[in-house]
Design a protein around this ligand. Structure first.
Ligand code: 9MR
Length: 364
């Protein structure tokens, strides 16, 4: 996807509604997806958008598959929350989220200190949850957020009991339970320019692979702030750095929040530019397979709860109206789709080899 034709007039096909996933796939991505939380399932207007496969080709349960919601007490499994969101995904892809994470972890896991007990608890948890969703998950976030911003390991109950071996162990179990699912390490603040955390993540992935684990992808959450989000170049440099150790990359939880509310037109335009940098970065890197927003509508965003006074981070506002960011993202995807459609003709008439050589060879 290296031809620079973003200035092409967006492609409007008669009879095809102009929506995110439709053009993301036409541009060569596997999906443009969204998180969906259980609290939104009763909102008919919201659900009409969430169910639209042209808008979102992948669904991630925002909370339903987490440890606290699947194995609240040891050995006792429940899948009601996750299943309700899986039903929304239907025939579409699911990015399943998440198996081993220090947060939303039931108290009983916190009180496990011995290595062998933790190893067996992780095995049981992953085996049961992955078996339940077997065949439904395009990918699983197997381990989530194991590293601090300074690159050190997070002192989670899993790390306390097993050291970093809990990571390779988790991926080995996951690979044995659902060989068809892509297995991801997922974290935040690793969509930035190469920093200590990014180096630490690549190194831990490499070490786990050397220990015999299969890790297919690195998920970059990308919870960013308007005006200080990264440029396309910074994002692609980081992805190229990660691409040396994994086959796939994805933006997995994108939202770009305003740090001061209310916002005006200029801030909304800045947010649109920030989203566009991320989308262009994914389109530019062969291994970047897709983008998931961490909900598409402001009323279901986690941001105001966690960062009071901040928010409006999503592509749709509280009234489900599309923001400038939505239109800009769509426009970039449409241009990339048009460019991809035009590429064979361009290459056929090219007078320089460079044009041919820089066209997307694998047709991602
Ligand atoms: O969106 C989720 C929110 O509803 C939960 O309260 C929160 C609990 O920590 O988790 C949110 O999702 C997180 C995701 O699972 C992992 N990366 C960070 C996300 C935002 O906190």
């Amino acid at each position: 996807m290296h031809l620079h034709a973003y200035l092409l007039i967006p492609l409007f096909l008669p009879g095809v509604s102009a929506q995110l996933n439709h053009y993301a796939q036409a541009a060569g991505l596997k999906f443009f997806g969204t998180a969906v939380d259980n609290g939104a399932l009763g909102n008919a207007a919201y659900m009409a958008i969430a169910r639209d496969a042209d808008e979102f080709g992948s669904v991630t349960p925002a909370n339903g598959q987490k440890w606290a919601n699947t194995e609240a007490s040891r050995g006792s499994f429940g899948f009601g929350m996750g299943d309700a969101v899986a039903a929304v995904a239907g025939e579409r892809l699911m990015r399943c989220h998440t198996l081993v994470w220090h947060n939303q972890l039931p108290g009983w896991v916190n009180s496990i200190f011995s290595r062998s007990d933790m190893e067996s608890v992780i095995t049981t948890h992953i085996t049961n949850v992955m078996n339940h969703y077997k065949g439904q998950c395009y990918s699983w976030d197997v381990v989530n957020e194991a590293v601090e911003d300074d690159g050190s390991f997070r002192q989670s109950p899993m790390f306390r009991a097993m050291g970093e071996d809990f990571i390779a162990h988790s991926f080995k179990v996951a690979a044995s339970v659902d060989p068809a699912a892509k297995l991801y390490y997922n974290d935040f603040n690793i969509e930035r320019y190469i920093n200590d955390k990014i180096r630490a993540v690549r190194a831990l992935v490499s070490r786990a692979q050397a220990a015999g684990a299969r890790i297919d992808g690195i998920g970059m959450q990308d919870h960013a702030r308007v005006g200080s989000a990264q440029s396309q170049k910074e994002l692609t440099d980081t992805m190229e750095f990660f691409a040396e150790v994994v086959d796939e990359l994805a933006y997995t939880e994108v939202d770009i929040r305003h740090t001061r509310l209310p916002v005006g037109d200029e801030e909304r335009e800045q947010q649109a530019r920030d989203y566009v940098e991320m989308v262009r970065a994914c389109l530019a890197v062969e291994k970047c397979v897709g983008i998931t927003v961490w909900d598409f509508a402001d009323q279901y965003s986690w941001i105001p709860n966690e960062f009071p006074g901040e928010g409006e981070a999503c592509l749709f506002d509280r009234n489900l109206q599309k923001k400038p960011a939505y239109h800009s993202v769509l426009s970039v995807l449409q241009s990339a789709a048009a460019e991809r459609t035009a590429a064979p003709e361009i290459t056929a008439t090219a007078t320089t080899l460079e044009t041919v050589a820089t066209a997307d060879p694998a047709g991602k």
